[in-house]
Design a protein around this ligand. Structure first.
Ligand SMILES: *Cc1c(COP(=O)(O)O)cnc(C)c1O
Length: 355
């Protein structure tokens, strides 16, 4: 079996499991005060080239929802792509943890919106007008839901609009490492130097077992976060379980090596698909995801060979104009991970070619 439905269908890197085992027995401070969590925060401050505040949680949904809640009142508006993870895939958790703030979706090709799109949307919600939710925050996904990336200039342009309207900038970095490797800049350049205030720093999909960090680039903004995390049930009494994972994830650049490998596998797959007649890729594969429209016959051959991908939304508003998945076609998402093997990609391509 080859399962490329997502990057969370595999378990954790050996180094992560070993670190959890090694952190097991010695007495350690509880509720996030353990030395692993403290060292991970210090390490992230080095990596991001400034003093950050870091809070570890178990899921990306918790990281996103709590990060948004730190920046918006219940009467606030959070601007995001209409098909973003916070809008479509978190079961209303952002609305719940913000005590009812409104997510305002913005349309755009390939999972992205532009600075102009953001400005037009913000203008619908005038400051001080009591009947309008008040602009509070914009959230960008990097990597996007379509496997694409915002360039540094695009992030800066969005952040400039956010500054002009005095709202915060959140980045959903569930696949932050994959984006970083692909763009080839520093973590600081991809975040606070481009105007990002708070980052959901994903680790689970890239080799951890269950661990994500909320990273604040301005510690003052994190003032009440410890209370929010506790109320959400994400403050572990044996906090070392998170701390040991995050520290091992950063140690010896495991996070970068894992993402580099996953991206290389996706590149191999997308280059292969590009040379198979009948396969179309609506979005450029820019990190570790490949989206392919293919004849149903080919998709059936893959599943018969026990090669699994995720059926994707055929009516996504992020599709290029004119693109349509026909009745005799399937639309599939393939996601590579640190555990994907080159010969698995070869098998996928060989099976597709034969069909
Ligand atoms: C996977 C993912 C998350 C986190 O999801 P959880 O299942 O809650 O861990 C957040 N944002 C994006 C873009 C994702 O792909």
């Amino acid at each position: 079996m080859i399962n490329l439905a997502s990057d969370n269908v595999v378990g954790a890197s050996r180094e992560i499991l070993d670190a959890i085992a090694a952190a097991n027995m010695a007495p350690e401070a509880s509720y996030g005060a353990d030395r692993f969590s403290r060292e991970a925060e210090a390490r992230l401050s080095q990596i991001f080239e400034r003093d950050v505040k870091m809070f570890l949680v178990a899921t990306g949904t918790a990281a996103n929802s709590l990060a948004l809640a730190a920046f918006t009142p219940p009467w606030g508006a959070v601007f995001c792509h209409e098909e973003s993870h916070i809008a479509d895939d978190e079961c209303g958790a952002p609305e719940m943890f913000t005590a009812g703030a409104k997510l305002v979706g913005i349309r755009g090709f390939a999972g992205k919106f532009s600075a102009d799109d953001l400005e037009h949307t913000i203008k619908r919600f005038p400051r001080g007008v009591v009947k309008a939710v008040q602009p509070s925050l914009v959230s960008l996904s990097q990597v996007t839901e379509c496997g694409t990336l915002y360039s540094l200039d695009e992030i800066k342009a969005v952040a400039a609009v956010a500054r002009r309207y005095d709202i915060g900038v959140h980045m959903d970095g569930a696949r932050f490492a994959n984006a970083l490797i692909s763009i080839g800049c520093t973590p600081a350049e991809l975040t606070w130097k481009a105007g990002v205030d708070v980052l959901s720093f994903g680790a689970t999909k890239n080799g951890c077992l269950a661990c994500e960090a909320v990273i604040f680039f301005d510690p003052a903004k994190a003032a009440h976060f410890e209370f929010r995390r506790k109320r959400s049930g994400h403050t572990l009494s044996k906090g070392r379980l998170f701390g040991a994972q995050m520290l091992a994830y950063l140690e010896k650049d495991l996070w970068l090596a894992n993402a580099r490998h996953a991206n290389a596998m996706a590149k191999h797959l997308s280059e292969g698909f590009a040379n198979i007649a009948g396969v179309r890729m609506p979005w450029k594969s820019e990190a570790n995801e490949v989206f392919a429209i293919m004849p149903k016959r080919m998709a059936d051959a893959l599943s018969k060979a026990k090669i699994f991908a995720a059926p994707w939304y055929t009516h996504s508003i992020s599709m290029p104009s004119g693109e349509q998945v026909k009745d005799n076609e399937s639309f599939l998402r393939f996601v590579t991970s640190f555990a994907t093997k080159a010969d698995e990609i070869e098998t996928v391509l060989k099976t597709a070619r034969a069909a």
